[in-house]
Write a protein that binds this ligand. Structure first.
Ligand code: ZN
Length: 233
């Protein structure tokens, strides 16, 4: 910060002889401190670890607001981003909205994309698109399983995380009606991961740290480091 201020002062002095340049400098300088933001949530990208929105406890959606145009727009964006990035779960803080809303979907087609042994070992199964507003979770099977887990808000990394085998998740749908789901295996894992997001927790808080892995470490070697992790799609 100190260096930046010195830099600014230096440039202001140098530019002060030219009114046009001074103006453009002022604009540039003001942009550094402006509170005005040009890209507002709900975002079409995933917020990344370090963003305070991922560390806040997300707020309940007031019941009278659930079936509203504003909440429906957030839900629609959540589902749009979930599908755009081919994910299996997403929580509203991940698009910059600190509200207790999650969406999950485990498509049938994933079965053909993964080795069958992995699909079975991780107890994966289809889960149709499900949106929960103000969800709560209880554990129905305390057996723990440790599997590799990733998060679009910790882009480019994964680690093994222990999760309970079975959970029950209850909440409201888009119209404000209560419903619940009993989930097992991988889908229970997705629910636990997304619920953590609503409480400002990330998998890195409880991962087996010795398994923390850059998902493209081998490509980094084969391409002499010329690899980029995209934060957009
Ligand atoms: Zn996540």
């Amino acid at each position: 910060m100190l260096k930046l201020i010195k830099f600014c002062r230096l440039h202001k002095r140098q530019l002060s002889t030219s009114p046009a340049a001074t103006q453009s400098f002022r604009k540039w300088y003001q942009q550094l401190w402006t509170t005005e933001r040009t890209n507002l949530p709900p975002y079409s990208h995933f917020t990344q670890i370090g963003d305070p929105v991922l560390r806040d406890r997300a707020a309940e959606v007031p019941v009278e607001c659930v079936d509203s145009k504003e909440i429906h727009a957030i839900v629609d964006r959540l589902v749009h981003v979930l599908r755009k990035y081919d994910c299996v779960g997403i929580a509203a803080p991940q698009i910059g909205v600190s509200l207790r809303i999650i969406a999950m979907e485990f498509k049938r087609s994933i079965k053909n994309e993964l080795p069958q042994a992995m699909y079975k070992a991780r107890q994966m199964s289809e889960l149709p698109l499900t949106v929960f507003i103000n969800p709560s979770l209880s554990v129905t099977n305390y057996t723990k399983h440790k599997h590799p887990e990733g998060c679009m808000s910790v882009r480019g990394f994964s680690a093994e995380v222990e999760r309970y085998e079975g959970v029950k998740i209850s909440g409201l749908d888009k119209q404000g009606a209560s419903f619940h789901l009993e989930l097992n295996g991988w889908n229970a894992r997705i629910a636990q991961h997304e619920m953590d997001h609503l409480d400002g927790k990330l998998y890195t808080d409880q991962m087996d740290r010795s398994t923390f892995t850059c998902t493209c470490w081998e490509t980094v070697n084969t391409k002499s480091g010329r690899v980029e992790i995209p934060f957009y799609k």
